[in-house]
Design a protein around this ligand. Sequence first.
Ligand SMILES: *Cc1c(COP(=O)(O)O)cnc(C)c1O
Length: 371
Amino acid sequence: MEIKSVPFFNYPWVYEQHEEEIKSVMQDVLKRGAFILQKELDEFEKSISKFIDIKHVFGVADGTNALNLALIATGIGRGSEVILPSHTYVASAAAIHYVGATPVPVECGVDHMLDANLIKKAITKRTRAIMPVQLNGRTCNMQEIQMIADEANLLIIEDAAQALGSKFKGRFAGTFGAAGTFSFFPAKVLGCFGDGGAVVTNDDAIGEKLGLLRDHGRNEKGNVVAWGTNSRLDNLQAAVLSVKLKYYVNDINRRRELANLYDSNLKDIEQLNLPPPPSNDGDYFDVYQNYELEADNRDELKSYLAEYGIGTLIQFGGKAIHQHKELGFEGISLPVTEQMYDRFLMLPMNTSLTDYDVEYVCERLHNFYKQ
Ligand SMILES: *Cc1c(COP(=O)(O)O)cnc(C)c1O
């Protein structure tokens, strides 16, 4: 069999996909010298607001900053605890740490999302919020999480960095809690040419705080009325993102097609646990930021695929939050998550892939387990 190169992620594609259109939009912005807090940012924020049906949207420096600002604006700080899944990026926990609160990691369930059944056990007198992470482009069962939050009087801050456009029961990721956040890192479902993010809310008071926070506490007249910081999405990035947003629904559909193709080609391999396939009538609408499966003999499989030119990735450097001893998570045991981490693997998932690329990857997976 011929060897084909299927990189895990195609970074040049972020630009190439709409090269001409992006060039002209960027030139326009550059020639006008419209760099900071200009109309392209405003327009992009309005488009996101319309797309996911939310009142307030603020483009910020990156997804980590978005989480930081969301926590500050909702008043979570020193002495508080925030519950989050241990299967997430270190940024989710770091944002909690940096407002002086304590991240409390819990297990994930079979779909790799925060296990709602285990949230209650983690609640203490100091718990102020739950941070569900809408991982891999899927939205948690927010009905269950909302019920727990209501009962214990907790806020929900959603880390939807990986899930723009994903839905649960028809409602968009990022719009369930007091605030939600997105990342536009190049490899994210909606990626820009560097770092970028957004923080969103339906709450007017929180929205007002977020607007001040991201621009030095300055109000519309330019007067400083509160402590703030500098966390603004570049106008140039906003212009690029608006171009990409026009094609975004198509991009999501393509990702769902690819997920379907993986699913139908791989579902017979009993050594694999696949993510849920896309469904059109269920509660979940997944956008497949990642195609993360669990595999027997994961490390051997990874090397085998590499020999055939196929790039794979173990998410978050192969460590759950609570496994970072250097960050002070000593003595926490989450066996379900730990066992999954020995088996997690992500296959290539992006809009530059052809059907043939996916079929080639699947064929290699079949061959590996036949040996
Ligand atoms: C990417 C990501 C972030 C952070 O986003 P940045 O834009 O890289 O700061 C936070 N949480 C999750 C789950 C992510 O995947």
